[in-house]
Design a protein around this ligand. Structure first.
Ligand code: COA
Length: 324
């Protein structure tokens, strides 16, 4: 018994924010952003467009691709750090809107690693008897972005990607997942205000503590190291080498991080999925959006060996190896 990806879907808001648009908001330039990050534009939600709105669109596409009805779902796991409300879990709103009458629903909080963490949970639930688990990464990062901070506002975008994970009795599917964390590095990427440590107040808002703060340079170095380590660990656990991979689908954070990881692993550029130029860093949505695109572009076919690699706040890092 294996858990396989039966169908994928993604959705991004209509509105596009280009680097040129950002030039009018903070002291930056298209040239700087492209050179340092590889990002050219990102999609941003319109006022009133929330995490569950993007998630439902992506989920409906994934269900259609998988030919699974919402009524058949046993569980919905939503990976997000930008849910509609602090309470309840946004997954419950999605459960209701999809009409997934018998599905359990909860959110997974693992920042940019959320989709791979959710994939790992779905894999475990399938192996213990569930038939269909819907996993979604959906983020409205624009709502926690400080649009006056040029260090961070150039990086993030909004979007959603979803996958239906189903029980399968052939030998294709999720081969293994590898999840890690190191909370001693929690201050590298954080939203300091709005939680129980520093509840929302006029002071919190005045000091802009409800937005993402990031130590970009330190984050960059840890990202390269951990992505390489977890990729090697995953391949070794499956007695496979880098040369066996058909496609590496990493979290789309920064082109320089991904080029450094690919070069350390000895992966040629054509085996690395990149779409951050058009979406920026969409946190938990980035891997499923990239996976969905790779499938639709024919870069992933039946039998392809696909490695996912994620890294993000927590800190967390994670990978998964899939025989498609
Ligand atoms: N436009 C122009 N200049 C900018 C800028 C911007 N948007 N943002 C920062 N700068 C300036 C800095 O102020 C600094 O100027 P100074 O030397 O006069 O102080 C200079 O550019 C270099 O800053 P630095 O932070 O060293 O740049 P960098 O090469 O590390 O690039 C990031 C910055 C944020 C692009 C990079 O560190 C990064 O991508 N880190 C990883 C972040 C990430 O992926 N986080 C999410 C993980 S899930």
């Amino acid at each position: 018994m294996r858990a396989c990806i039966a169908g994928m879907g993604s959705y991004v808001p209509v509105k596009v924010l280009t680097n040129t648009d950002l030039e009018g908001m903070v002291a930056t330039s298209d040239e700087w952003i492209v050179e340092r990050t590889g990002i050219r534009e990102r999609h941003v939600a319109s006022p009133g467009e929330a995490c569950s709105d993007l998630a439902v669109q992506a989920a409906e596409r994934a269900l259609a691709a998988a030919r699974v009805s919402a009524a058949e779902l046993d569980m919905i796991l939503l990976a997000t750090c930008t849910g509609d409300y602090p309470l309840p879990a946004t997954a419950c709103l999605i459960q209701h809107r999809l009409g997934a009458a018998k599905a359990a629903a909860c959110d997974v909080s693992a920042a940019c690693c959320g989709f791979v963490y959710a994939l790992s949970l779905a894999d475990a639930y399938i192996k213990t008897g569930m038939r269909h688990v819907l996993i979604i990464g959906s983020e409205v990062m624009s709502g926690i972005t400080d649009w006056t901070d040029r260090n961070t506002c150039i990086l993030f975008g909004d979007g959603a990607g979803a996958a239906v994970i189903s029980a399968s009795d052939n030998d294709r599917g999720i081969l293994s997942t590898h999840l890690r964390s190191d909370g001693s590095l929690c201050e590298l990427i954080t939203v300091p205000g709005g939680g129980s440590r520093l509840p929302l107040s006029e002071k919190v808002v005045a000091e802009r503590m409800q937005y993402i703060k990031m130590k970009g340079n330190e984050t960059f170095k840890v990202a390269v190291r951990t992505l390489e380590e977890v990729a090697r660990e995953t391949l070794a656990a499956n007695h496979l080498g880098v040369e066996d991979l058909d496609l590496y689908v990493p979290h789309q954070a920064n082109i320089r991080i991904l080029k450094a990881v690919a070069s350390r692993l000895g992966l040629p550029p054509e085996k690395v999925m990149l779409n951050l130029d058009r979406y920026g860093n969409t946190s938990a949505a980035s891997i499923p959006i990239a996976l969905d695109e790779a499938v639709r572009q024919g870069r992933i076919k039946e039998g392809s060996l696909v490695l996912l690699g994620a890294f993000g706040a927590g800190l967390t890092w994670a990978s998964a190896l899939i025989r498609w």
